[in-house]
Design a protein around this ligand. Sequence first.
Ligand code: IPM
Ligand code: MG
Length: 357
Amino acid sequence: MKIAILPGDGIGTEIVAEAVKVLKALDLKFELEEAKVGGAAYDAYGHPLPEATLKLAQASDAILFGAVGDWKYDTLDRPLRPEQAILGLRKALGLFANFRPAICYEQLTHASSLKPELVAGLDILIIRELTGDIYFGQPRGRRTAPDGHFPGAEEAFDTMRYTRPEIERIARVAFEAARKRGKRVTSVDKANVLETFQLWKDVVTEVHQKEYADVALDHMYVDNAAMQLVKEPKKFDVIVTGNMFGDILSDEASMLTGSIGMLPSASLNDKKQGLYEPSHGSAPDIAGKGVANPLATILSAAMMLRFSLNQPEAADRIEAAVKKVLAQGLRTPDIYSDGTTKVGTREMGEAVVKALG
Ligand code: IPM
Ligand code: MG
């Protein structure tokens, strides 16, 4: 089993280092190979996703990814910005199925900005389609407006589009996931306005009727879904949606748990090859200070063991160890509260290694 280690920028290097310690402590046989990605790769080689990094990712069973981005790259041409590394990996490896769980850990219930009773026990899974939609739709670009409110003015445009097979496969991923949990799927769309999402709704409905009648399905417009997520988040089990809406709703859902520093994610292709990364970003403001929370990355490594490396027991061990360090009262600053023990990135990682037993 080969794992590509791509720490990236900002706190990425610090948190990935802790997840690697945890992986090494498991006593499994992996080959780990590290490469630069994002701004770090741009600085070293002039490109955020160098050929060598892409080749390594393609040749690996799984990728453990930190985070990319820093304000200092915001003025680069778009193809050279750090974000293009993650978009390029998603596209090149066909990582169409993005799993973003939002789980409220018992000890962190009070950290949510919502009332504790609204989030206690929260366990939602957002399945975001990751290689289509307005993110990748062609054509896109800038031009002189041919018509509209200001013909002849400078204009920019993107294209929202989905094909039937893209919707079918992500719908199946969501229904399969729901079968292993609460057996409920909410498909989020904007079928009242957009053709793309009328097709989405029709296809999800068909896949449901033909193959997954045992799972409950409902449909929700995205604006209503955004509202329901803060009104009654526990009503949801699995949410399935497109790339753009999933980007927004998954950030919203992550905050319900009070701790974006705790949330892992997985992006899979049809061969179960996957990219695993924390749901948070590179946080350049706290980079290098040793205070970042490594738990989201450590939990991403657990998802990697379960989904791509067929090591469910090792995944369980990591998840149990994380619960144990929380129960011990260890907290990085992002999840700290009175009466708990404040620790840094490295101490947290080492505590998890110790808790593996
Ligand atoms: C995410 C991020 C990315 C996205 C950015 C960094 C391109 O926000 O993974 O949610 O928009 O998909
Ligand atoms: Mg996002």
